[in-house]
Ligand binder design. Sequence first.
Ligand code: GLV
Ligand code: MN
Ligand code: MN
Length: 409
Amino acid sequence: MHDVRIDRDRLWNSHMAMAEIGATPGGGVCRLALTDPDKQARGLFVSWCREAGCAVRVDKLGNIFARRAGSEPDAAPVMTGSHLDTQPLGGRFDGIFGVLAGLEVVRALNDAGIATRRPLDIAVWSDEEGVRFRSGTMGSGVFSGRVNLEEALAMTDESGLSVRGELARIGYDGPEAVGGFPVHAYFEAHIEQGPVLEREGITVGAVEGAQGARRFRVTVGGEEGHAGTLPMTGRRDALLGAARMIDALNRVAFTHDPHPVITVGSIFVRPNSPNTVPGQAAFTIDSRHPHAATLAAIDADMRAACAAIAKADGLTLHIEQTSDSTPVAFDKACIASVRAAAKALGIPHRDIYSGAGHDACNLSHIAPTGMIFVPCEGGVSHNEKENAKPEDLAAGAAVLLRVMTEWAE
Ligand code: GLV
Ligand code: MN
Ligand code: MN
């Protein structure tokens, strides 16, 4: 095992090649789920995996599994992976690092001529970010039985295009059932997306768990009218009501201790015209907290705050929950393996808690799961400026290689 070498430059160059797909003028990446750039990135990943000797399968939700065979081909695999999709103004490392670290593990084992007993799977999970279809960690959610397949396939984007239709359009409506096979263990490498590791000069975080998150889509209904002739009194302005709700939701965050994070990041207005009083406004809510009870309390407070404003302003209100992810604690043995691997490799490490959500959170409900964080510059993520160092990515991949091969014996 000591002869296996992560190739830092190969790993970095693979990131840079992927970053060209959906590259934004600001130096980031826009690769929304099930769009043409997503298809292109999938194609490149699949071609690299085939070159590395992996067998590739695609399930009915477009999740991709690239398998490096084990000497016991039918044994449950040790799985790694993450996502290829990004935010609209996303960075070059969120998601893709976990996928390419898995590929680098396979390439390094191939170079060293090492076989493992169990197969190794690299998973690409469909629609992790949940930007376009608003749910988040969709592919891993269905795989782990937490989200219904038919409901996921029926989700639509703002222009009415469905997951089912878009999967078929990009050619990733695969033949395999979603999930239903045992996973021996799951490890996901990811940039931290926060400032802790960089600030402390530490290279690897052994992730203990992640906070829970609930997402909602709120639709506010009023009545359209002429901007010039409808007096200010008596208007039923849906956007004005939504704006008041957004302010009230922000205040809800400060009434709980420790503070949750509550974000309204996406808004739609109809008819979206400068000289029509808006008749409909819809927005998303993303709320997160480490404790399940507080998440439920925030949910109730948010609904009450929106309902009071709708009532006072004579507006209709519909709140749909689009995702629910409970706070998770990762598997103690997996966390210990990450710590031990970092220690054995002489890589500075510490335990860390994740503020972001990950596919690993879903996998943790069906398999022993752990995560490996590496620093990112300034802790900046979901931002075109997101950056990471080649040597830190390589260190994370080296830890991944060690834990995967350990669990594969
Ligand atoms: C994933 O990017 C998340 O929203 O935490
Ligand atoms: Mn991510
Ligand atoms: Mn993300």
